[in-house]
Ligand binder design. Structure first.
Ligand SMILES: C=CC1=C(C)c2cc3[nH]c(cc4nc(cc5[nH]c(cc1n2)c(C)c5CCC(=O)O)C(CCC(=O)O)=C4C)c(C)c3C=C
Ligand SMILES: [Fe+2]
Length: 434
């Protein structure tokens, strides 16, 4: 705790410009107006120029994740404590409107991820402030904002909405129905997604809210979900985070610093997809309710057999260390597999060839009014290069055999193509919208 606070303090003192200082930059007033006249690159240069005039150090604070890069942040970057995930429906009808929306979002996202507010100083008492204000005085809290587009942005009800049909990737199609799915329209699909992750829930919410505000008249919220994991301050040993069933979740994940693995399983490469998506990826989102009360009445042995791992250590059943390779051939004296045939980890692993990058968050949304039980679960987020050869066959297996199905139900689902990262002067989505 103390460490985190002192980190934040250092960042506030050493950081380029605080949200409060940026509000004083009168020259940056009316971002939306300026962008229309000058384009995203010029606005970004203007903002950066004004920041320098304030004699601010351009060096990153220690809780700022760089916004620019080959890939968007929020995928291979360390998972923050909180997520605010939003799925949007586009109401604009022209490609130009869509383009200007992403240009404005790029400016706003680049500012907010540096811990700066969106919009001009609070000088005009006759109009609403541009920035909604709840993050004023707060640091960037490692905020990342990741944007993507769903299949319905390209074609909806058979209509080529923005003349982008020919650019729709083969992989970007609605997921097939899986056995036991209990999806609700209100948590399914979307034209655009925004994943805002931060080490502070208010910073994550502020980011999504301000982007939605900018979208007014062009896009509306379709569904949203906040999520959390244990905070890093509370976890001195930096263990693998535990899900709401008490198990370490993320042990056998892709190693994000292993470029070879990431290029093989996560990033879209030239030959795998359309050129506009090179260095992007696909995101699959599943809102999975977890029957916590039922789980809490289940014996430890049954819980461990469900996952195929020990609860305390996270090690595969019959083994000792969390990161040991699962011994799937090992049998007990009765001749049964030590890691049960219907256990989650065994079924998800399959033959070991399908790999996805999981970046899930727990959610807890009060009570399910129908049952009186806690409405809690997992906002499952996974990034993969090819959903059709990784997530889909994996989920097909899991939905038929996985013992975990006795305790969970899939309520929401969506797929998005996640844009590649950008350089300064470019805007997110530029490779698609031109
Ligand atoms: C289709 C993909 C997956 C869904 C959906 C899914 C849901 C889900 N998972 C847990 C908890 C755990 N999952 C674990 C491992 C694991 N899960 C998947 C995929 C999906 N999970 C994979 C690919 C793996 C790794 C398999 C392997 O190679 O060993 C584990 C074990 C620890 C770990 O490795 O992370 C847990 C725990 C929940 C609670 C859940 C839905 C609510
Ligand atoms: Fe899993």
């Amino acid at each position: 705790m103390a460490d985190y606070q002192s980190d934040k303090q250092t960042k506030r003192e050493g950081n380029a410009i605080s949200r409060r200082n940026l509000l004083k930059l009168a020259g940056v007033g009316g971002l939306g107006v300026i962008i229309g006249a000058t384009g995203a690159g010029s606005v970004l240069n203007l903002v950066e120029g004004e920041a320098k005039k304030m004699d601010a150090s351009p060096s990153l604070g220690n809780d700022i994740v760089p916004f620019y890069g080959k890939h968007q942040a929020g995928i291979a970057t360390e998972a923050q404590n909180h997520v605010y995930f939003a799925s949007l429906e586009v109401t604009a009808s022209s490609l130009d409107d869509l383009k200007s929306l992403f240009q404005e979002w790029t400016v706003a996202a680049s500012l907010m991820t540096q811990g700066q507010p969106v919009g001009e100083a609070l000088t005009n008492g006759y109009v609403p402030p541009k920035d909604t204000g709840e993050a004023e005085g707060l640091s960037a809290a490692n905020l990342t904002i990741t944007f993507g587009v769903g299949p319905s942005l390209f074609v909806k009800d058979g209509k080529d909405r923005f003349g982008l049909k020919s650019k729709q990737p083969k992989e970007l199609v609605d997921l097939p129905p899986f056995p036991l799915d209990a999806l609700k329209e209100e948590w399914t699909g979307g034209d655009i997604c925004i994943q805002a992750c931060a080490d502070d829930p208010q910073v994550a919410f502020h980011a999504a809210r301000n982007l939605l505000r900018i979208a007014r008249g062009k896009a509306i919220l379709h569904w949203a979900q906040a999520g959390f994991q244990r905070t890093k301050q509370a976890d001195a040993n930096k263990e693998t985070p535990r899900n709401l069933f008490g198990f370490k979740d993320g042990t056998a994940n892709i190693n994000v610093v292993d470029d070879k693995e990431m290029n093989k399983h996560v990033w879209v490469q030239g030959e795998d997809g359309p050129a506009w998506l090179t260095n992007g990826t696909y995101l699959i989102v599943r809102k999975i309710q977890m029957y916590i009360e039922v789980w809490d009445r289940t014996t430890l042995r049954e819980q461990e057999n469900t996952f195929g791992r020990h609860r305390a250590s996270g090690a595969p059943l019959g083994q000792e260390k969390e990161h040991e390779k699962m011994d799937l051939a090992r049998k007990n004296e009765q001749g049964d597999y030590v890691i049960p045939e219907d256990s989650h980890a065994r079924i998800a692993f399959g033959d070991g060839k399908q790999k996805i990058l999981r970046r899930p968050y727990s959610y807890a949304d009060g009570m399910d009014p129908k049952t009186g039980s806690l409405d809690a679960g997992l906002l499952f987020l996974s990034f993969q290069q090819s959903p059709s050869t990784s997530f889909i066959p994996m989920q097909e297996r899991l939905s038929r055999i996985d013992k975990l199905n006795e305790y969970t139900v899939h309520r929401g689902s969506a797929i998005f193509a996640i844009f590649p990262g950008i350089k300064k002067g470019e805007y997110i989505g530029q490779t698609l919208f031109g």
